[in-house]
Design a protein. Structure first.
Length: 305
């Protein structure tokens, strides 16, 4: 663990949006960017938890340039309201599409728009957000989508993406993360084809757990039992270290579009270039899922038009 923390390039004058920034990986990603001098917009669905995250960042660095915006990614209406506000301010130099449900419902639930809840929250909300905000990025900007090791442990049922014919909480999560990776790689292909000077990168944070993460009041407060249980997981790391993968993908000069970054030892360790699954990088499946997302959300995502 002697590699932590990574030395980030100076970020003064740059603007970033981080979803799910009120806790976990998103919080530590946002806090590190703010410490490096960036202006960071913290996005999450709870105004109270966003206030706690913003206060925690400023407690350590009073001059940090951070603001918050409420986005409930399970609701297309909420995403549209938030992106309307974000389109009215200066462009972003990068987006970390981090937010998502990890503790998925035991039974199938629906979003306000009638979609399977995990798919709506982890994928479709980000799809609509990016469709609106990618044109609002600066030249050379990066989009980082947060994938998962679970993409290696599940099949991808293109014929039942809404899980209407067999819901399982694990499949709901794993399939949503495969879809997230598909969209990240497909976005980069489309950006390249359109000649747009923006890149899309996918990152997986390894096995990052709360019990190995520093206590941050209002943000990360695991009890003693959680800390004890997580201390036996020698293959795990804290979420503050897992966040370094996204930070590297977002800011390191050697990173290029279409790459897949994760921990050196798969579940933990410094950032390393990795090989994603063939399903995640399939141009055919990526195009099919892109069409599905457009049809399901009712919104076109045209790159470079």
């Amino acid at each position: 663990m002697t590699w932590y923390p990574l030395a980030l390039p100076p970020q003064a004058g740059r603007r970033f949006l981080v979803t799910g920034a009120n806790a976990g990986l998103g919080f530590f990603t946002a806090a590190r960017l703010a410490a490096a001098g960036a202006h960071v917009v913290l996005a999450g669905r709870s105004a109270e938890r966003l206030d706690a995250a913003r206060s925690a960042i400023r407690e350590v660095r009073p001059a940090a340039s951070v603001e918050a915006i409420v986005i409930d990614l399970s609701s297309q209406a909420s995403v549209l309201r938030a992106t309307d506000a974000l389109l009215a301010v200066e462009p972003f130099d990068g987006i970390v599409a981090n937010a998502g449900m990890v503790h998925t419902p035991s039974t199938r639930e629906l979003s306000p728009d009638g979609d399977e809840l995990v798919l709506a929250t982890n994928v479709l909300g980000h799809f609509t957000m990016l469709a609106r905000l990618v044109p609002h990025l600066t030249l050379g900007a990066r989009v980082v989508s947060m994938g998962s090791l679970s993409s290696r442990l599940s099949t991808f049922r293109m014929s039942d993406l809404q899980l209407e014919h067999g819901y399982d909480s694990w499949r709901a999560y794993a399939q949503s993360k495969i879809a997230t990776q598909l969209l990240g790689f497909e976005l980069d292909r489309r950006l390249r084809a359109a000649g747009v000077a923006v890149s899309s990168v996918v990152a997986q944070p390894g096995y990052s757990v709360g019990g190995l993460t520093p206590t941050v009041p209002g943000v990360n407060e695991p009890d003693r039992g959680k800390r004890l249980r997580d201390s036996f997981q020698l293959w795990a790391q804290g979420k503050h270290r897992g966040a370094e993968i996204a930070l590297h993908a977002l800011t390191a000069p050697e990173v290029t579009g279409g790459q897949y970054w994760g921990p050196r030892y798969l579940t933990r360790g410094r950032p390393a270039l990795q090989r994603p699954t063939r399903t995640s990088t399939s141009a055919t499946i990526g195009a099919r899922f892109w069409t599905f997302a457009e049809e399901t959300t009712g919104r076109e995502f045209t790159v470079g038009a």
